[in-house]
Design a protein around this ligand. Sequence first.
Ligand code: MIG
Length: 634
Amino acid sequence: MITKYTHGTPIDTEAVTQSFDARPIGEFPFDSRFDGGKFIFSFDMAPRDILYGLGEAPRGINKRGWVYESYCSDDPFHTETKQSLYAAHNFILLSGSRTFGIFVDFPARVRWDLGYTRQDAAEITLDGMDFDIYFIQAATPRDIVREFRAAIGQSYIPPLWAFGYQQSRWSYHNAEAVNNVIAGYDAAQIPLDCVYLDIDYMERFKDFTVDEQAFPDFSAFVREKQAQGIHLIPIIDAGVKKEDGYSVYEEGKAKGYFCKKADGADFEAGVWPGICSFPDFLNPAVRRWFGEKYKVLTDMGIDGFWNDMNEPALFYSADGIEKALEKAAALKGENLDLGKFFNLKDTFMGLSNAQADYSSIYHNIGGAQVNHQRVHNLYGASMTKAAGEYFEQAFGREKVLMFSRASYVGAHRAAGIWFGDNHSWWSHILLDLKMLPAANMCGFLYCGADLGGFNENATRDLVLRFLALGVFTPLMRNHSALGTRDQEAYRFENPEDFRDVIQVRYRLIPYLYSAFRKASEQNDMLFRPLSFDYPDDAVARECETQLMLSEECMIAPVYEQNVSGRAVYLPEDMTFVRLSGTRAEKQPLEKGWHYVPVALNEVPLFIKKGKSVPLCQPALRTRDLDGEHLEMLS
Ligand code: MIG
């Protein structure tokens, strides 16, 4: 049962698609108060209560014991003491002494003190007075998720080939670089379906352009790759370069489609291309206009995109850099003492993603001028809906791959997400794992982290272990940052080990794809915490390193270096399978703790008693998979 409570005049976020009668906030079943323009509510937690949710966020599956903030942020250091990442997924679920879910449908900042100030209490603060809050009751956590998911509408389903293995890097600069990647994979006989184009494919970072020197006949190149069974996936950034003669900029400017400042002038900030304007995606006319721009690339045969920098990320605002440069100029020739030096340094460091800049942006919502801070968390989601809605209307459902960095609930109907700029750190294997069920709760099924890690240098064993988790994530993409060590699977010694791991993915695609479809159609989770399935098992309840996958399986990746296996907890008897290439070595294991050996070229999988998982023969492309002749593994 879902009860909706409303206060003030909420902005329509389009998160919820079912309609509910609104009740006054006075009836809200929690301690609550208005204080200084904010709404604050709280509840006590018993020692055994678990809090799930918040989607793409730092820390554990159990979110207790930290303070989080829903505020879409471009932060490339996903350390455990962060409060925000790129998304705002305002759904939490309490399980234990009571069972309930809460969705805060409010697109400004929300602070979630979940046992940080007081261990036994949660206090949630909305930075504003106009909101909807949904209180969700059902018998089990999974039922609560299903009710919530039914209310927010069916999750995006990508084309089947988007379940293939994908290779990215910032950047494959030209056609030759792309060809080398494909040739490298093919020579090593490692399956591959997609190669990504990061910002350098564009002409000086201008959206919907292609650098003609790097890709002399892009359209022919795209089709040539398609004939090889490879999809090229270009990036699109939120900022539109300010440049006379650049049609996207000129049109947007002429139509008044960019975000404004209080005085009505366009808000301008520096991102990759230098000074940019920012389409006002909160305005439906702008969404239609921007969505149709993708046609430039779909006309050339492109059928997949990733939307980046849409928190929006701002390196500096035009006003901000002006002031900072003036300050620096005034200090010229001076003897900079400690205070002056650090002040100057902080001035420049503070230019990026500055609160003062976000506060200076205005949107046009139904003719009203609305400050950006009131709708910050809708910006990237709206950009992505612009694209997704265009694709659906132009090509039908399930035709175009689309995923975004920033998101809010509602964008899950139009696209998937990736978890942004992680690091080549061992701890980030588990961070990926922990975000999966949380993202699923909030509707995001097509998701995954940069496998091998984005920032800094990866090691061979890290990439292999990361991939062995990625075998199960709907988005299975290896991506790494500019200037880092080459991370493509074929670059390392003994590439056959990588082939063994990635082939397992292809063998599982019929299973994973149908499990994914089922989760989308039934508003269910693909990945669940063990506690959802074994609520009375004390060990399962606290498990943070294993997940249930659909109805049949449990996964438990290796997440430490220099180990030849891991400890795993079986909440019931299961078959432990070591998958590697076309090999599947089975071992029945009883309920309880086990240490299982897992070699670097193996993918560990646990199949529940009485269940089986279909496997097909591997192929180098998803289009060559034979879904008819399946072998049942149990
Ligand atoms: O400021 O386009 O998260 O995947 O490679 C960095 C370059 C901008 C951030 C994305 C990352 C991408 C990178 N982008």
